[in-house]
Design a protein around this ligand. Structure first.
Ligand code: SF4
Ligand code: SF4
Ligand code: SF4
Ligand code: FES
Length: 637
C-alpha cells in the first residue's frame, strides 16, 4: 500500500469513527417531543422553552434575557402557559420536558404581559423623541407591539398609588442622572430594572460597579454607596450600555455637537475611523461575509459632510512602529517586563484605578486614536497651513472609554492664541455614527465606493487587526520579526495560537537582539476584564511569566466594544472576527512598516520611531487614580 493510500485509509477510518460517534451521541441524546401552540416539534434535552420557541419561529417577549448573559428570569415578560402547571412559567428559565404542551399566545398570557408592560410604562418617562435609543429600544418595541396606551387600566390604578407616595422623603440625595464620566451617561428614570447591565459588569468584566439597591418599590440600579461612576472602579468600557435594552445607560452622546459642526462649516471637519467600525457596519447593513465595507463607510462619511476622511488603521501602523521599537529597546537595554500594550483606554483606566503599581509596565505609546489626533493637529494642519484650532477632529470608535481618553488633560496642545486645543474634539461610537446616518437619511451601502484621503488614509491589514483580540500582537510580531532580522518569520496569518475569541492566549515568538542573538519572546493576549484580573493574579503569584502582553478590556476586543451596535445575535462577535481575518487575507498591504504613508511621515516629519518628536507627540504617561477610589464593590471578588 502506498504511503498516500495508507494516509487516505487512516483519514477515512477516522471519519467513520467520527460518524459512528455522532450517531451514538444522537441516540444517547434522545430528542424531546413538545407542542407549542398546537404544533408538534422535537428539541434537544435541556433546551429552554424560549430557545425552543425562537428556533421554531414562535415569538415570546423578553426583556431581562440577553443571549450573551447568564439568565436572570426577573422581568416576567416571557411567561407561557404550560398544560398541567397551575401558573404560567418563564420561558427563559424553564427547560422542556417530554410531552410538554406550551401556549405562548393564550389570552391570559397576553393580558399578563400587557399588565406588566403597562406598569413599567407608568414608571417610564415619555422622553422617546429625544432619547438616544429612540428607534433602537426593546422596551419601545414592546410597548408598540402590545399597544400599551394611556388607557390601560393598570396605568390609572398606579397613578393613584403614586400620587400618595413621596419618593423624595425616602431618598433625599438620590439623583437619577450620572454624567460623572466623559464616557457613560446614566438616566435611571429610563431604567426598566432588567438587570442586564449588572450581569454584564459582573460576567464580562468582574468589576461589579452596578447592583440593585433598595427594596419595596424603591429598588433601582446603583453603584457602590451610590457614588458617581467616576468615583468607582468603573473602567468606562460600556459593556453595560451595550446590553441595556433602553436608553438608561448609554454613551455620552455627542451626535448633536458633531451635527452642528458639519452644518455650520466654520472649520475644517476631519473624521477618522477605527478598524472595528467597518466590520460592525458590514454586519449592520447585512452584507456578504467577504464584502469589504470600507469604501461604502468612507462614502457615507463624505456624504455626511466631513471635509477629510482619515483611517485610524494608519495610526495603528504608527503604533506598531513606536510600540515595536519600544519592545525591542526594552529587550536590548532592559526595562520593565512584561510590557503591556496601551492602546485600550478601558485597560488604562483599570491600571490607573486598580493596579497603579503596573504603570511602568505599560508601553508609553498613546493609543491609535490619540496618535492620529496629535498628527492631524500638527503634521496635517501644517500641510494645510492651518492652526490646530481651525480643525475639528471627530473620531469614530467602537468604544465608550475612548470618549474619556480624548478628554485627558495631557492630550491637548497650544493653539495660536495660547489656549489649549484638544487633539480630538469629539468621539462618537458606531451607534452614534448610525444615528447620524439615519438623521441625514444616508444608507452607505447604496453609495458609490469612496477612498480615504491622503496623507493619513492608508492602513495595512495588520493595523486593521487591532480591532480584534490578538490583532495588536499579530501586527507587532509581523513587523518586529522582520525589523530584527529573524531568518524564518512566521508566515502571515499563521500565528494561530493568538487568534480566536479565547480570553487568554499565548505563543512563543522568535526575535533577535541587536547583537544577533536569538530570543524567544513569551507573548500573551488577554481580553475581557474578568480574564485580565485572573491573568494578573497569576502574574503576581509568579504562576505565569510573560514578556509582552496585549490587553483589551472588552471580551474579544474592540469588535465587541461598548459602543458597537446592540445585537441579539449570539454570533455577532464571531462574525465580526471572521470578517477581520478575511480582510487580512484579501489585503495586499499586510505589514505596518511597509505602509507608504508611514514611511513618508517618518521621512518628512517624525524622523525616527521613538525619536524626539515621536516622544513629544506619540507617547504619554499614566497617573495613579487609585487613591480617589475606595473599593466598595457590591459583590465579593
Ligand atoms: S462601563 Fe464597564 S466597568 Fe463601568 S459599569 Fe459599565 S460594564 Fe461596569
Ligand atoms: S440600566 Fe438598562 S440594563 Fe440596567 S437594569 Fe436598567 S434597563 Fe436594564
Ligand atoms: S477593547 Fe476596544 S472597545 Fe473595549 S475598551 Fe478597549 S479600546 Fe475600547
Ligand atoms: S426574559 Fe424571561 S423573565 Fe425576563
Amino acid at each position: 500500500m502506498s504511503m498516500l493510500s495508507s494516509v487516505l485509509n487512516k483519514t477515512a477510518s477516522a471519519a467513520n469513527t467520527k460518524i459512528t460517534r455522532s450517531l451514538a451521541t444522537a441516540a444517547a441524546e434522545k430528542m424531546v417531543n413538545i407542542t407549542i401552540n398546537g404544533r408538534k416539534i422535537q428539541v434537544k434535552p435541556k433546551t429552554t422553552v424560549l430557545d425552543a420557541a425562537k428556533a421554531n419561529g414562535f415569538y415570546i417577549p423578553t426583556l431581562c434575557y440577553h443571549p450573551r448573559l447568564p439568565i436572570a428570569g426577573n422581568c416576567r415578560l416571557c411567561l407561557v402557559d404550560v398544560k398541567g402547571s397551575w401558573k404560567p412559567l418563564t420561558a427563559c428559565t424553564t427547560e422542556v420536558w417530554e410531552g410538554m404542551e406550551i401556549e405562548t399566545d393564550s389570552p391570559a398570557v397576553i393580558e399578563t404581559v400587557r399588565s406588566s408592560l403597562a406598569m413599567m410604562r407608568e414608571e417610564h418617562p415619555n422622553d422617546c423623541m429625544t432619547c438616544e435609543s429612540n428607534g433602537d429600544c426593546e422596551f419601545q418595541d414592546l410597548i408598540y407591539r402590545y399597544q400599551i396606551d394611556a388607557q390601560h387600566p393598570v396605568r390609572s390604578l398606579l397613578r393613584n398609588k403614586f400620587k400618595k407616595t413621596n419618593h423624595s422623603i425616602t431618598e433625599p440625595c438620590y439623583s437619577p442622572y450620572d454624567n460623572s464620566t466623559f464616557s457613560i451617561a446614566r438616566d435611571m428614570n429610563k431604567c426598566v430594572k432588567c438587570g442586564r447591565c449588572i450581569r454584564a459588569c459582573h460576567h464580562f468584566q468582574n468589576i461589579n460597579i452596578l447592583g440593585f439597591i433598595n427594596r419595596a418599590g424603591y429598588e433601582r440600579v446603583g453603584t457602590p454607596m451610590d457614588r458617581p461612576m467616576n468615583f468607582t472602579k468603573c473602567v468606562e468600557c460600556g459593556q453595560c450600555s451595550q446590553v441595556c435594552p433602553v436608553g438608561a445607560i448609554a454613551e455620552r452622546n455627542e451626535v448633536i455637537e458633531v451635527l452642528k459642526q458639519l452644518d455650520s462649516k466654520r472649520k475644517v471637519v476631519v473624521v477618522s475611523t477605527a478598524p472595528a467600525i467597518r466590520v460592525a457596519l458590514a454586519e449592520n447593513f447585512n452584507v456578504e461575509p467577504d464584502f469589504d465595507f470600507t469604501p461604502k463607510m468612507v462614502a457615507g462619511l463624505k456624504k455626511l459632510g466631513f471635509d477629510y476622511v482619515f483611517d485610524t488603521n494608519f495610526s495603528a501602523d504608527l503604533t506598531i512602529m513606536e510600540e515595536g521599537t519600544e519592545l525591542i529597546t526594552r529587550l536590548n537595554e532592559g526595562g520593565k517586563f512584561p510590557m503591556f500594550t496601551s492602546c485600550c483606554p478601558g485597560w488604562i483606566n483599570m491600571v490607573e484605578k486598580s493596579y497603579p503599581e503596573l504603570r511602568d509596565n505599560l508601553s508609553s505609546c498613546k493609543s491609535p486614536q490619540q496618535m492620529i489626533g496629535a498628527v492631524i493637529k500638527t503634521y496635517f494642519a501644517k500641510q494645510l497651513n492651518l492652526n490646530p484650532e481651525d480643525i475639528i477632529h471627530v473620531s469614530v470608535m467602537p468604544c465608550t472609554a475612548k470618549k474619556g481618553e480624548a478628554k485627558r488633560p495631557e492630550f491637548v496642545r497650544k493653539g495660536s492664541d495660547g489656549k489649549d486645543v484638544p487633539d480630538i474634539d469629539y468621539v462618537i461610537t458606531t451607534r452614534e455614527l448610525l444615528t447620524l446616518l439615519k438623521l441625514k437619511k444616508i444608507n452607505p451601502s447604496e453609495l458609490k465606493d469612496a477612498k480615504f484621503d491622503s496623507p493619513l488614509g492608508i492602513g495595512s491589514s495588520a493595523g486593521n487587526l487591532f480591532g480584534v483580540t490578538g490583532g495588536v500582537m499579530e501586527a507587532a510580531v509581523r513587523t518586529a520579526q522582520i525589523i530584527t532580522g529573524v531568518e524564518n518569520p512566521i508566515p502571515l496569518g499563521e500565528l494561530k495560537a493568538i487568534r480566536g475569541l479565547d480570553g487568554i492566549k499565548a505563543a512563543n515568538v522568535p526575535l533577535k537582539t541587536k547583537d544577533g542573538k536569538d530570543v524567544s519572546v513569551r507573548a500573551a493576549v488577554v481580553s475581557g476584564g474578568a480574564n485580565i484580573q485572573k491573568f494578573l493574579e497569576k502574574i503576581k503569584n509568579k504562576e505565569l511569566e510573560f514578556d509582552f502582553v496585549e490587553m483589551m478590556m472588552c471580551p474579544g476586543g474592540c469588535i465587541n466594544g461598548g459602543g458597537q451596535p446592540k445585537s441579539a445575535d449570539p454570533k455577532v462577535v464571531l462574525n465580526k472576527m471572521q470578517r477581520m481575518y478575511t480582510m487580512d487575507n484579501q489585503a495586499s498591504l499586510r505589514l505596518s512598516h511597509e505602509n507608504p504613508e508611514i514611511k513618508e511621515i517618518y521621512e518628512k516629519f517624525l524622523h525616527e520611531p521613538n525619536g524626539h518628536l515621536s516622544h513629544e507627540l506619540l507617547h504619554t504617561h499614566y497617573n495613579d487614580r487609585s487613591k480617589k477610589i475606595q473599593d466598595m464593590s457590591l459583590h465579593q471578588k
